[in-house]
Design a protein around this ligand. Sequence first.
Ligand SMILES: Cc1cc2nc3c(=O)[nH]c(=O)nc-3n(C[C@H](O)[C@H](O)[C@H](O)COP(=O)(O)OP(=O)(O)OC[C@H]3O[C@@H](n4cnc5c(N)ncnc54)[C@H](O)[C@@H]3O)c2cc1C
Length: 437
Amino acid sequence: MAGTKKYNYLIIGNSAGGVGCIEGIRREDRKGSIAVVSDEKYHTYSRPLITHLLEGEVDRKGMDFRPRNFYSKHQVDPFLGMRAESMDMDRRTVRLRGESGRKTLRFDRLLLATGGSPIIPPMDGVDLDGVTTMITLDQSLEVRKRLGSLTNAVVLGAGLIGLKTAEALSHVVENVKVIELADRVLAPVTDDISSQMSADAFRNKGVEVILETTITEIRGNDRGRVGEVVLSNGSVLPCDLLVVAIGVRPRTELVEGTDIRIADPKTGGGFEVSDGMATNVDGVYACGDAAYAHDFVTGAKKLLPLWPNAYIGGRIAGLNMADVPSLHRWATNMNSVDFFGFPVVSAGFMEKPKRKNYRQIVREENGSYSKLVLHNDVIKGMIMAGDVGRAGLYLGLMRNKVKTTSFNEYLLADDFGAVHMPEEVKEKLKQPIRIIE
Ligand SMILES: Cc1cc2nc3c(=O)[nH]c(=O)nc-3n(C[C@H](O)[C@H](O)[C@H](O)COP(=O)(O)OP(=O)(O)OC[C@H]3O[C@@H](n4cnc5c(N)ncnc54)[C@H](O)[C@@H]3O)c2cc1C
C-alpha cells in the first residue's frame, strides 16, 4: 500500500488511556513507531478539569495532562483534529478524516481508547443554541465565552459530571438548578446519607437540587436560543443554559462491521477485554471509558468511567502491546469528589450486599460520616464523607484484602491508625501497591 505509513503502534484517543499506553510502550520499546489520533484538536488535556476551566479556576495551560513536548519526547506522531472513520481489519488500516484532509494509517498493534459519548435524550429542543453536554474542552470554552450573558443555568443529571458542572456554574452564574430523575444525587457512588450530605452542600450554597424529576420539554426563545424548560412536575424554569449530563456510553462506532467484540448495549456496550486489555482480535487492545475493567472488589468486569482506570488500563495495554505481559486487576468504582469544600471518597460496595457474611459499620458525627462494608472481616466497601483523612488507609486494607478481625473494634475510632494493627499488617501496608501486575 504505497503512501500509507505503517506504525508498530496506533492509538485512537489522546486522553488518559492513550497517554497511559504511550508511556507503557515507551517503558519497554524505545524504537517502535507510534501514532496517536484524536478528533479533538488539542494537546492531551485533563478532562476532569474542564469544569474548573469553565469557571476560571484553572487556565488553559493548567489543563495540559503532559508537557507540550510529550509527543516529540516519546517520538509519537500526533494526528489531532482527525477522526478515525473506519477500519479494515484484513489490511490492518484505519482511515482518518479531518479539516486537513484524509489519511490512511497501517498498524501492527492498535489501542482503542475512544472514551465515551454523552447520552442525549431524544427530545425536541435539544438542538437549540444554549443546550450542551459537558464532556470536551471545546464545550467548556464555549460556555465560558458566554458567561456574561447567562443568568439561569439548569443542569440535567446529578452524577459526577452534572454536579461538577453545577458547582462550577454556581460560582459564575446567578441561578443554578440541578434536575435529577433519581431520588438522590451521585446515586451509584454514595449511599442515602452521604448523598444527602452532598446535596446539602449544594443547597447551602443556593443551588437548588430537584429530585425525582426530569425535563419534559425544552422551549426556545424568540432569538432561537433555549429560553425555558418544562419539568415533569409541571413547573417551568427560565433557562439560558441547559447542560445535559445524564451519562456517557462507550464510544465504539469505529469498529462497527469488524469482528471486535462489543458487549450487549443492555449491559453497557463497551469493548470486551481480557485483564491484559486485549480484545478478542489479535493485536487489538482497548481501555478506559470505552472498555470493561476487572473490578477487584467483585471480581466482575465492569465499566468504570474514571480517569485513573483509563490511564492504568492504557498503561497495561501499552506494556502488553510491547510484549511485556501485564494485568490490570486493581480497578474499582473508587470516587473522590469535593463539592464546596465537602469531600466524599467512596470505593467498592456502597451498601451491604444481601448475602451471607456481609455486615457494615457506620459512624456519623459532627457533620462527618464513615461507613465500611465488610465480608468475613475484609473491607469490601467504604464511604467517607466530610472527614476523609483515613480513606487511603481503608483503601490500602481493601486492596491488600487484610483481615481486620484483631482490630475491628478500632476501625472507625477517631485515632484509628497503624498503632492498632498487628506488625504483619503494617508491613503489608508499607509495601507499595503493585497496581500493575
Ligand atoms: C466534566 C468531567 C469531569 C470528570 N471528573 C472526573 C473525576 O473527578 N475523576 C475521575 O476519575 N474521572 C472524572 N471524569 C471521567 C474521566 O474524564 C474519564 O474517565 C476519562 O477521561 C476517560 O479517559 P479515556 O482515555 O478512556 O477517554 P476520553 O477521555 O473520553 O478520551 C477519548 C478521546 O478519544 C477521541 N476519540 C474517540 N473516538 C475517536 C475516533 N473515532 N477518532 C478520533 N478520536 C476519537 C475522543 O474525542 C476523545 O478525545 C470526568 C469527566 C468529565 C467529562
